[in-house]
Design a protein around this ligand. Structure first.
Ligand SMILES: [Zn+2]
Length: 298
């Protein structure tokens, strides 16, 4: 990793319910071929992927997880049950961590709460369960109007803990999120214009879901009208739009990295409250046994 370059981390939340717009019966997860289209595209471009995975999917979809692992995906936690009413309780975080350890044989470094709903108590629970960073905060209007709007948008420590927040990245004074769902909603041309006018961040965390890339008519037909309109916009353009965004950041000289690399670089840059630990964690992430599959279930 270039130690001076600005960083771009491509993230994907691996979940089953269209961010809550549908209940948990999405057929997309039964179609690994489609996920492979995305993984192949990223591999061809040399872009590492960091996936925040819902714990119960580790148990239900081992083949899908194995596919992601074959392509070198770095995994972190996205709760256990993706329940909007229980995003960061101690029990939920512990269950997510246990499912992760059962699957990968090593503890997770990072956590992203469903809908970005992380509380101070949740951060305390993350610290107690050995997590090194949280990546839940959206410093924007959505999905939690005004709650996190004025939060810092670059990595920082939470006070009195060793937990680092690596927020999702807002773009421009409008605080539009750097995520594929926003890009599809606004259209790539207006979004790129917005990016050109914006002061670009040192660290950019890009958000996406499988359903941003592949939305089928059957799933759309079952959604409430509002979400049907949202997810229907530029429905088949996800992969192409991603290419254009990656081209933009590549041309600006960004290095493409994993979330654990963002974490390590941040800890090093602040003089390391706990630098030796971070180095150990980096090694832990790298040794996530890329060819091994989910040890507890395969
Ligand atoms: Zn989610």
């Amino acid at each position: 990793m270039d130690t001076k370059a600005r960083l771009f981390a491509m993230t994907l939340d691996l979940e089953s319910d269209f961010s809550g717009a549908l209940h948990k019966e999405v057929t997309l997860l039964h179609q690994p071929r489609r996920a492979e289209d995305l993984l192949t595209r990223l591999k061809e471009r040399g872009i590492p992927l960091s996936a925040f995975v819902v714990g119960e999917l580790l148990e239900k979809f081992p083949e899908l997880i194995e596919l992601f692992m074959r392509y070198g995906t770095e995994f972190h936690c996205h709760s256990y049950g993706h329940d909007p009413k229980d995003t960061d309780s101690g029990a939920e975080i512990e269950r997510a961590r246990d499912a992760f350890v059962d699957c990968f044989g090593s503890p997770p470094l990072g956590y992203r709460a469903p809908d970005g709903r992380i509380s101070r108590e949740g951060i305390t629970q993350l610290a107690a369960n050995g997590f090194k960073f949280d990546a839940s905060v959206f410093p924007s209007y959505y999905p939690n109007p005004f709650k996190y709007l004025f939060r810092r948008s670059q990595p920082h420590f939470y006070r009195d803990t060793q937990v680092v927040e690596i927020p999702n990245t807002p773009i421009s004074a409008l605080r539009i999120m750097l995520s594929l769902s926003y890009i599809k909603l606004l259209g790539i041309r207006p979004y790129l214009r917005l990016l050109r006018w914006s002061r670009l961040p040192e660290t950019a965390v890009f958000g996406s879901h499988l359903h941003d890339f592949f939305t089928d008519a059957e799933a759309l037909s079952r959604m409430p009208r509002f979400w049907r309109v949202v997810y229907g916009r530029n429905r088949d353009r996800g992969l192409d739009f991603l290419d254009e965004i990656l081209d933009f950041f590549q041309a600006k000289g960004y290095s493409f990295v994993t979330m654990s690399q963002v974490y390590s670089r941040f800890v090093e840059s602040v003089g390391s409250r706990n630098g030796e630990e971070a180095e150990k964690d980096d090694r832990r992430a790298i040794s996530q046994n890329p060819g091994g599959g989910c040890q507890g279930i395969l």
